[in-house]
Design a protein around this ligand. Structure first.
Ligand SMILES: [Cu+2]
Length: 151
């Protein structure tokens, strides 16, 4: 049952939409009090997407938000900032690493990373993003996420 649900979620996340003739995907990140990685999480907390794809931050449970961490955003890319309980959809046009947080639960480690694009362009700000300092729980989760993006 659990795995069937996951497969369905995966199919939904991979649903593609047509934008100006190019195929762009829309992904979903849920904001949760409790997930597979523990308390106060974005799920999935790591995404690899293509330029032009968008991510919908779902207010699955109340009390959360999604907003950019400016020091973990590619140079020149727009910042996003959802209010508490707000569901936002963000389109990522510029390649690179995007770190984001839930404002109320940043110190509890409610953070996530989106890698846009592939190769050099996607990693242009990787070292800068990895070098940003955070409270201990956020730091620990970011470290695991960056390990997952290393290959
Ligand atoms: Cu939160």
């Amino acid at each position: 049952m659990r795995s069937a649900t996951r497969v369905m979620a995966g199919l939904l996340m991979a649903a593609t939409v047509m934008i100006g003739g190019a195929r762009a995907a829309e992904y979903e990140v849920r904001m949760l009090d409790r997930g597979e990685a523990g308390m106060m999480v974005f799920e999935p907390s790591t995404l690899r997407i293509a330029p032009g794809d968008s991510v919908r931050f779902r207010a699955t449970q109340p009390g959360h938000s999604a907003e950019s961490i400016p020091s973990m955003t590619p140079e020149g890319a727009p910042l996003f900032k959802g209010r508490l309980n707000e569901e936002i959809t963000v389109t990522f046009d510029r390649p690179g690493i995007y770190g984001y947080q839930c404002k109320p639960h940043y110190a509890m480690g409610m953070v996530g990373v989106i890698m846009v694009g592939e190769g050099e362009a996607a990693r242009a700000n990787l070292e800068a993003a990895r070098g940003v300092s955070h409270p201990p729980r956020a730091r620990a989760r970011f470290q695991r996420m960056f390990q997952g993006l290393a290959d």
